[in-house]
Design a protein around this ligand. Sequence first.
Ligand code: GLN
Length: 471
Amino acid sequence: MTYHQDRFAFNDGSTTVREKLDEFLARIEERSALNAFITVDADGARARSAESDERFTTGLMRPLEGMTIAVKDNISVRGMRMTCASKILENFRPVYDATIIERLNNAGAVIIGKTNMDEFAMGSSNETSAFGPVLHPIDPTLVPGGSSGGSAVSVAAGLCHAALGSDTGGSIRQPAAFCGVVGFKPTYGTVSRYGLTAFASSLDQIGTFTRTVEDTAAVFDAICGHDPMDSTSAPRTYPSSIAALTDPLPDPLRIGVLPESDLEGCDHDVILAYRATIERLRALGATINEVTLPHRDVWIPTYFILATAEASSNLARFDGVRYGYRAEATSEDVMVAARTQGFGTEVKRRIMLGTYVLSSGYYDAYYTKAQQARRLISEAYASIFASHHAMLMPTTPTTAFERGAKNNDPVAMWLSDLFTVSANIAGIPAISIPSGSDAKGLPIGMQLQAGMFQDALLLRIAAAVEASFAG
Ligand code: GLN
């Protein structure tokens, strides 16, 4: 059930927020093998659901009244343990709410708990968590995608109405595609990151998982907007994206698509789904143009240089002294011991790579080059969106892969982000929507991207594609 469907039931009294919440809590228990949650706050959620029920009775409902939301465990909720799925933060309790949590609370949402993830959001398979892997809801031998795998699974398995994730290079869209739910990464700067544990600050963006584009739009409307606590937050106001869902589509609707040669290496079923989605867009009246996105060969290297460089700097704060895991060691060794024992392999790999690309001898060869490449990629997108409303591409080259398949080959793992990193590099909004399944019955996701701050338009187009599947 989507939130909007349940809201009708809350409104007409046929069910209560508390009953719905209890259903979710029971299902979390039933499906605990999925390992989707690190922390469940049943008592806190029950208290909030009572307030929501009261408001449905008195008619004072807020925009997300009674929406049960799970939060990725790198977003701060006051008093609730936040681990980032790392041993180094295993007992850390933040003392303040992230701005988006405050906004969700003010909008009437019910926070049910914190979801499992790749350690510090580094990964594409949810296998790097210190709390164990998250399993795919359809087949436990497969990965759910990462790094927001717990959030994707919690929506796909019906453990909540919606979930928050963070997307630095695809961590919302890729698991959304693998699990068959809607995953949205808004424009950089639209949603405050105050209270999000930074991984790569120039790329990180908080976004959502839901079952439908309509639910996505409702959450986005509640959480977007300027926040003086986040210096990268854009000082703008946004049109209601829920209202925009009923606007007519632009006429003519111009969509850019990749030439087939750019789909090399994709599963055959993903290519078929891509072609089918193009036909759906054509049936909606869209003009389809083949667009060559320049510099595709440098997307992944650019992303991994920038992301690791920023991560090595952001993660310096986890020193085992100020907070988090404290190692048994003499004073000089305490930091080395805490970091050695507290961080997992992938995080260490990123920190080492990041310090290397920032080191004085290699800075220009790697970091400066990556920044130049970033500018070219952003400019290429800007020129495409000057004449197109959106760009369509697959979200991932394959459907969900086997657990363990890529653990010994970091480059193969990193390549699963082939189609997602560019949106973060350019800061543009992007959404993955469920678009059929492969021969094994595994979900396939298609991705739409739009120009900076065209989030409402992107959701409008995504809703039209989604409706074409239902019809
Ligand atoms: N999978 C990518 C990485 O490992 C993206 C992670 C993310 O978006 N947080 O860096």
